[in-house]
Structure formats: C-alpha cells, structure tokens
Design a protein around this ligand. Sequence first.
Ligand code: NAP
Ligand code: MG
Length: 490
Amino acid sequence: MATPENKLAFDGGWEYDPAPEGVEHIRAKKRYGLYIGGKFVAAEKGRTFDTINPATEEKLARVAQASELDVDKAVKAARKAYTGPWGRMKASERGKYIFRIARIMQERAREFAAIESLDGGKPIRESRDVDVPLAAAHFFYYAGWADKLEYAFPGRKAKSLGVAGQVIPWNFPLLMAAWKLAPALACGNTAVLKPAETTPLTALKLAEVIADADLPPGVVNIITGAGDTGAAIVNHPGVDKVAFTGSTGVGRIIQKALAGTNKKYTLELGGKAANIIFADAAIDQAVEGIVNGIFFNQGHVCCAGSRLFVQEAVAEEVIQKLKDRMETLIVGDPLDKNTDIGAINSSMQLEKIQSYLEIGQQEGGTMHQSSCSVPETGYWCRPTIFTGVSQSNRVVQEEIFGPVLAIQTFRTFDEALSKANNTPYGLSGGVWTDKGAKIFKMTQSVRAGVVWANTFNKFDPSSPFGGYKESGVGREGGLHGLDAYVKLGV
Ligand code: NAP
Ligand code: MG
C-alpha cells in the first residue's frame, strides 16, 4: 500500500526491471486449420483470418474461417463419434481420456500461459496463475465424475444428450473451453466448440492436446470463425445442446433462435457486479479486493466488480486509498511478470471503453485515471474511477468490460442492498464487513449467482457459477454443471 513515503518513491521512479516471460519454448504455428474429425483441415471455402497480439498489433497466426459447410462437417464428425466409439465406451474409460487431457495441459502449462497472454493481452501472471491451472483443474474435476454420475443424480438415470455446440468469448479463452468441454465429455457427449475470433490460439493448442491424448476422432471438434460461425453452430439441426458464454445481446439472439426447438441450453452472459464496503470492513484488504476485482485482467471479466458502494463514513478514506493504489499499478507488456494490467483485447473493445469514458463525463461524473504512461502501439486503457455518479448513469448501469469502476456511497444496509440490486444483471457481487451477520444477510439478499465475502473473484471447479436476471440461464461448474449435459430418467 502506498504510504506518503513510498508513494514518493513510486512517483520518483521506483522502477522494476523488466521480467519478461520467454516465448522461445512455445510451439506455435503460423497457420492453423479447423480441427474436425481428429485432423486439422482447411476450411471448405479456403477462407482465413488473422489473429493479432493486441499489445503490439503484430500478426501471430492465420487461422481458418469456418462457414456453414464446415460447421456441418464438424457436427457430423461429432455425431459419428457419439454413435460410435465414444457412445459405446465405458464411463471409467471415458474418464481416463479426460484425466489425460488434464495432465498434458499441466505439462504444457507454460506454453498455454504464454500463448494466452500473446493472443489475448492478459498479464502473464493471470494466465499463468489463474487461467491455465483452473482450466486443468476443471478437466481433473470432471474426469472424476465420468463414472460416478449415478451418485450425482441418486435414483435417476443420467443419459448423455448427444452433440454439444459450444460458443465462447475472448476474455478467458482456454478456461471457457475447459468449462464447456470437461463436463460435456464427462457426461458422454461429443462437442463442436468455437473460440472467439480474436483469441483462437489456446483453443487450437487444446486441439493438439486432445489429439495427443488420443481421443477418438470427432469427440471434440474445434472450429474457428466469427459470429456467423457461432450462429451456424447454434442453428444446426444436428446439435442437441447449446452452451454459450458471451454478451447478453448475443445471448438474447440465441435464446430466440432456440425457442421451440428441442435443444437444451445454458447461457452465461454479462454482469455489473457490485462490491459493497461497510464502515466496519478491513479497509486495506477491501481496497486490494476492489482493485483485483476490476483492474486486473483489464476489467475483461464477466463478474468484474465494476460498481462500488462504500458506506459514507469511510468513503473518503477508501477513495483516497484506491487512488493511491491505482498509481502503483503497472500497465504494459502482458508478458512481463510485473504487469498488473495488460492490453485491451481488441481495437473494437478499446473504442467501446473509450466511448464509456466520454459518456461518464458527459453525464456529470468525475473521472480519475492513474497517471501512468502506456505504450504507443497496441490497445491500452489506464485504470479509471468515476465518482459523483448516480444510479441512472450509463456507466453505473451498463457493462463496460474494461478497467472502469463507478463509485457511489450509501448510509444504511437497505440502501446498499437496493442500489446493488438495481441493475438488469445478477452474476456476482462482493461484501466487505467485519460482521458475519451482515455477510449472511447481504449474501442472501443480493440477487446474484455468486457473492463473495471479504474476498473477490475466487473460483473452484466444484463451485457452480451462473447468473440471475439478464446474466444468464443455467449453471456451469460443480455438480450443477453436470445437469446441463444430461437428460434424467428413471
Ligand atoms: P459476444 O460478442 O457475445 O461473443 C461471444 C461468442 O459468441 C464469440 O465466440 C462470438 O464470436 C460469438 N457470436 C457472436 N455473434 C453470435 C451469434 N449471433 N450467434 C452465435 N454466436 C455468436 O461476447 P464477447 O464480446 O466475446 O465477450 C464478452 C461478454 O461475455 C461480456 O458480456 C461478458 O460479461 C460475457 N461473459 C460472461 C461470462 C459468464 O460466465 N457469465 C464469462 C465470460 C464472459 P466472435 O467473437 O468471433 O464474433
Ligand atoms: Mg488475438
């Protein structure tokens, strides 16, 4: 925490030496095909697109762009594996394959982490310590369930659904792939998965792991492309289940498209999480949690704590401490181990964030940004807070998906609760207080899928995750996450 003395030291140029993660060990290709039926193949129409490093704007690789024809091929390959070897396999054998994926992923963790940071812009500290270990942990966790489904649903018979169509966003590319694939496979389904256009590389690396784990061809198919590829997966009549993570806008389109079909679906959508700090909270700990919740990973987190409600008595102290802490955050090279805030994922996302910075000021909010410099090329946003905003302001109501925090104050418990609930979203939240009773009351009353107490953004494969209201339908993770991939009979 910056005290007046060490703040001077920071301001006066307490510089960390660069500590970049090496990239020589990465086995990345310059061109990638679609992973269909156990092989990398070119797209039927031969179309491709480039994926770039958002920190340098340099091209990393050219990847195939899947059309409806390729989606059809992938769904057919998945069906063939489902009615063939995968469907006939004993559950305990299926589990061994999933364990194998987890182990190979762990062995190649450094490679996955570096590629995730290169392609998506997130700090290596995050991809190394959070994304990759958690992704492997999901495969380990669900591998264990494969032959124990009868215990997950006592008295009921759990049957697989068939082919799962899975579409994921760019903020946790590998982790979202793991969230989707691990339970699908454990329950005996096969899958067609599409990563986001701007972050295809770790999913393609995962395809290599899946090939090395010797999964029967077609059990997992990974196809790259943009929104229309995602739509083709969702709308393909051969898909039995749709699992989507992304924006509420696209979630709505998908829900409409699926209405009246027999497809089962889960939608994990946007959020506008509130952190609530009571005057009796451990303030330094809370400030660190708020910083972690909104600034790390550039605010590219569906459950980012993008709204802060502080009890009036401590508001001045909290805001000052937040400003001091913001000054010490290091924005820059995602591959540097000291970096706190990496690159914004794409130029489009940066424009969106910048437009919200304008809107917030036009609406009368007071904007404060850290004074750090940012690199000249690439996409960057300094950590930003807004004070003097009210409930009706767009920066308070809408998901920005950037390192932007809107701060308001409250006097009473009920005021904090009603302000926190006053949003169309309900994905997550946080409460900071010394009193257990307040924690219980608040966590019971906030309408959000996950509420953390005196901590934030903690994940475990055994905990279910999902939203209330416009934040989604269904749960992923834990025992609840199995339910989304089975039909139950007697
Ligand atoms: P997005 O624009 O909705 O895209 C998500 C995925 O859907 C991408 O693969 C996208 O492809 C694809 N897509 C776009 N249009 C489609 C359509 N009409 N039909 C089917 N698929 C389509 O979201 P994003 O900007 O990538 O991700 C950010 C959003 O994800 C935020 O709102 C965030 O809160 C949410 N999110 C939620 C959770 C959660 O668990 N609740 C977790 C992470 C992120 P292209 O990208 O290639 O266009
Ligand atoms: Mg990229």
